[in-house]
Design a protein around this ligand. Structure first.
Ligand code: NAI
Length: 282
């Protein structure tokens, strides 16, 4: 067991994947959510994902129990131990909720520990200002976390070199590749990905081609593993819209305006896979 303790706040899609990954590399993980029910659901998901890894031969059957036992469930954040080395926040994409959690954590956790946010688009500088700006950083994991190699590391305006080095090192320890970027709207991943998805939606909106044609062209012609509209459904159309709005507001540049069709689909509740219908039916 590694001596460093890791806390993960939020046990949804990303938090459960982050907890899974640190536990797999033998860190003691404290997984926090609002209720025991949500935590049990997350543990069930982690167990299923481990079974998949066992089938593929990337995890040994005999290690499954050990990995699950490395994760402690915490339904009251006040019960976190103080001596956590790294806290990774993965709650809803809402600046006020995230800031409130970090303010609370700032009182609860040792002053020398590091705070990271898995936000897709909120400014790391803004999130870190009210707690511990030098020890605050973005750790943007990709979905599904146990499989995807990249962690985009976002350096806030005041993030120290020590913090960046610590995070790069621990990211390597969990067998992922850290790539450092500066804190500007959308960082790199979403600044490039989302306008591409938005442009695919504009092409559909303007009647240039069908959903299937747009996706096939990008798959077969550009070697993308999935087409942009399939990917949008997978990410969630509400998430795509909120990231486009962050880019639009952050740069004040009309090139980032969200497509009216994307806005209409979100307003109608067609959010992609999670709602059963987006550009495709599920
Ligand atoms: P999710 O909705 O699946 O999970 C969020 C979890 O946080 C829920 O279980 C909720 O109960 C919990 N939560 C909310 N407030 C809390 C609080 N105050 N204390 C403890 N737990 C709390 O969300 P998801 O998709 O896992 O996203 C989490 C973060 O990761 C967001 O910031 C999102 O932008 C980012 N992200 C999401 C990706 C994705 O593909 N879903 C990819 C990369 C980043």
């Amino acid at each position: 067991m590694n001596s460093e303790k890791i806390a993960v706040i939020g046990s949804g899609t990303m938090g459960s994947g982050i907890a899974h990954t640190f536990a797999q590399y033998n860190y003691e993980v404290f997984l926090v959510d609002k209720t025991d029910e949500l935590l049990n659901k997350a543990m069930l998901q982690i167990s299923k994902n481990l079974d998949r890894q066992i089938q593929k031969g990337t995890v040994q059957e005999s290690d499954k129990e050990l990995i699950l036992n490395n994760i402690h469930n915490i339904s009251n954040i006040n019960n976190l131990p103080r001596n956590i080395s790294l806290v990774i926040e993965a709650i809803y994409e809402d600046e006020k909720s995230k800031t409130d959690v970090f303010l609370k954590l700032n009182d609860l956790i040792d002053a020398n520990s590091i705070f990271a946010s898995n936000t897709s688009s909120i400014s790391i500088t803004a999130l870190g200002t009210k707690s511990r700006p030098e020890q605050f950083i973005g750790m943007h994991f990709m979905n599904p976390v146990p499989i995807m190699k990249l962690v985009e590391i976002i350096r806030g305006h005041k993030t120290s070199d020590e913090t960046v080095n610590y995070i790069k090192n621990i990211t390597t320890q969990i067998n992922k590749v850290p790539i450092e970027v500066n804190d500007y709207p959308g960082f790199i991943s979403n600044r490039i990905l989302m306008p591409m998805i938005n442009e695919a939606i504009f092409a559909l909106y303007e009647g240039v081609a069908s959903v299937e044609a747009i996706d096939q062209i990008m798959k077969l012609g550009m070697n993308h593993p999935m087409g942009p509209l399939t990917l949008a459904d997978f990410i969630g159309l509400d998430v795509c819209l909120s990231i486009m709005n962050v880019l639009y507001d952050g740069f004040n540049d009309p090139k980032y305006r969200p497509c009216p069709l994307l806005k209409k689909m979100v307003a109608s509740g067609n959010l992609g896979r999670k709602s059963g219908e987006g550009f495709y039916k599920y």
